[in-house]
Design a protein. Structure first.
Ligand SMILES: Cc1ncc(COP(=O)(O)O)c(C=O)c1O
Length: 445
């Protein structure tokens, strides 16, 4: 942007100082803002009219594309009809409808939905469900929670405790006690440039047996993992890994939670990664694509057995002392139902699967570009990993991000990894545009 254009933009914008932005370099942003003021389909538009192809679907969430007319209409209609009703001891029809619709597309046996407002809340809710479930069954000593290195489960205290991303943890004290971590599955020596799931590494699941041996199964409540780790840079499960984790959990009576906040709603080429991989966990956390990003909402999807375990005690008693003022908010529920309609009517989960090969081929054409040390993909999620500049971690990816932005494409960076998760309506020409923009950025650097 020229100095003149920057000055003009600043004159048209509100004062930027008071807003403390999340996961953002506030000072850098405010000195050179990138403002998005409008979006439609796969495109966003900046305040000053620049058109951008959104290669990350917002933040892995706008799976149906931005401002889908049917979702917009559903939200508008709901806002005129019922803006809010008390979430405790009262209900409204849309939220029951959404729960029913989710049970139709969930893996078999996962029939219940508990609504929250974000992925972080979904994770903390699922962890609490797991602890309470064991206690209700008379196994109250099962209090340990097992996460995974490089896992991202949001920013609540539960989520950062089981999560495995150091900067998200280190400033925030001791966190939950009794948490342990599996190793992550990312290994460039064995699996660099994998197309789809890597061949090597299923044995890494066996580390769970060592953790069980160390603590004893009778103390472990749950294992939580992302079937495909997203925020740490698209880390794929080796073939057979998730099946092995499932088996070990079964052997020891440990609940398995899949955090599908990113992989849910088509991203992995099916309604849920659990369905695509044919591995059914006990609880699934979702958010993001649940409303196609249009209204904040998350949920924990639970097996019938878990719900039934709670449905005891005196009639009329509250069974789970947990919930949020905005659990199942009418606007979010309406957006969720409309998003599920769009996914079904436009066949978007199938479309994601159908576009997978073109996406894979296009991304892997970047393998030999400067500084690329890995390219990986599954469904409509992918990553290009760059060799970090010595003593300047993240600088290479940030430079590529800026260059792509200037060239009209929004990508996501995490460390020195460029991540891609386009809306499921993306077409081949647009995939090409994303990849050529990255190629240009890498060559220019
Ligand atoms: C796997 C996973 N879990 C949880 C979260 C947290 O979701 P939210 O930002 O809505 O709290 C995220 C966000 O990216 C995520 O990727």
């Amino acid at each position: 942007m020229t100095d003149n254009a920057a000055r003009q933009l600043a004159a048209e914008l509100p004062d930027l100082e008071a807003y403390w932005m999340p996961f953002t370099g506030n000072r850098a942003f405010k000195s050179s803002p990138r403002m998005i003021s409008r979006a439609e389909g796969v495109h966003c538009y900046t305040h000053d009219g620049k058109k951008l192809l959104d290669a990350v679907a917002g933040l892995w969430c706008c799976n149906a594309g931005h401002c889908h007319p049917k979702i917009v209409e559903a939200i508008q209609k709901q806002a005129e009809t019922l803006d809010y009703s008390m979430a405790f001891q009262l209900g409204h029809p849309k939220v029951f409808e959404l729960a029913n619709r989710l049970s139709e597309i969930s893996p078999e046996g996962i029939d219940y939905a508990f609504f929250v407002n974000s992925g972080s809340e979904a994770v903390d809710t699922a962890l609490k469900m797991a602890l309470a479930y064991h206690r209700l069954r008379g196994e109250g000593a099962r209090t340990r929670l097992i996460g995974r290195a490089r896992g991202y489960h949001g920013v609540g205290f539960g989520g950062i405790s089981v999560g495995g991303i150091s900067p998200n943890r280190k400033m925030f004290g001791a966190q939950l006690p009794g948490v342990d971590h599996l190793p992550h599955t990312h290994n460039l020596e064995h699996n660099a440039r994998s197309r789809g799931l890597p061949e090597w590494g299923a044995h890494l699941a066996d580390e769970l047996e060592n953790i069980v041996a160390l603590h004893d199964a009778s103390t472990i409540a749950a294992v939580i993992i992302e079937p495909i780790a997203g925020s740490a840079g698209v880390l794929l499960p080796p073939k057979g890994y998730l099946e092995r984790i499932r088996k070990i959990c079964d052997r020891h009576g440990i609940l398995l939670i899949f955090d599908e906040v990113i992989t849910g709603f088509g991203r992995a080429g099916d309604a849920f990664a659990a369905r695509r991989f044919n591995v059914t966990p006990d609880l699934i956390t979702v958010a993001k694509g649940l409303t196609s990003g249009a209204v904040p909402m998350g949920a924990v999807l639970a097996k019938g057995d878990i719900y039934d375990t709670f449905m005891t005690g005196p009639p009329g008693a509250i069974e789970f002392f947990h919930g949020y003022t905005y659990s199942g908010h009418p606007l979010a529920a309406a957006a969720g139902c409309a998003a599920l309609d769009v996914y079904r009517d436009e066949g978007l989960f199938e479309r994601a699967r159908a576009m997978e090969q073109a996406f894979e081929d296009a991304l892997h054409s970047l393998e030999n570009e400067p500084h690329v040390i890995d390219v990986r993909n599954f469904g409509l999620i992918g990553a290009v990993e760059l060799e970090p500049i010595a003593d300047q971690p993240t600088a290479r990816a940030l430079a590529a991000f800026r260059s792509c932005f200037d060239n009209g494409v929004i990508v996501r960076t995490t460390g020195d990894i460029l991540a891609f998760s386009p809306p499921l309506i993306i077409d081949e020409a647009q995939i090409e545009q994303i990849v050529e923009s990255v190629r240009g950025a890498l060559r220019a650097a």
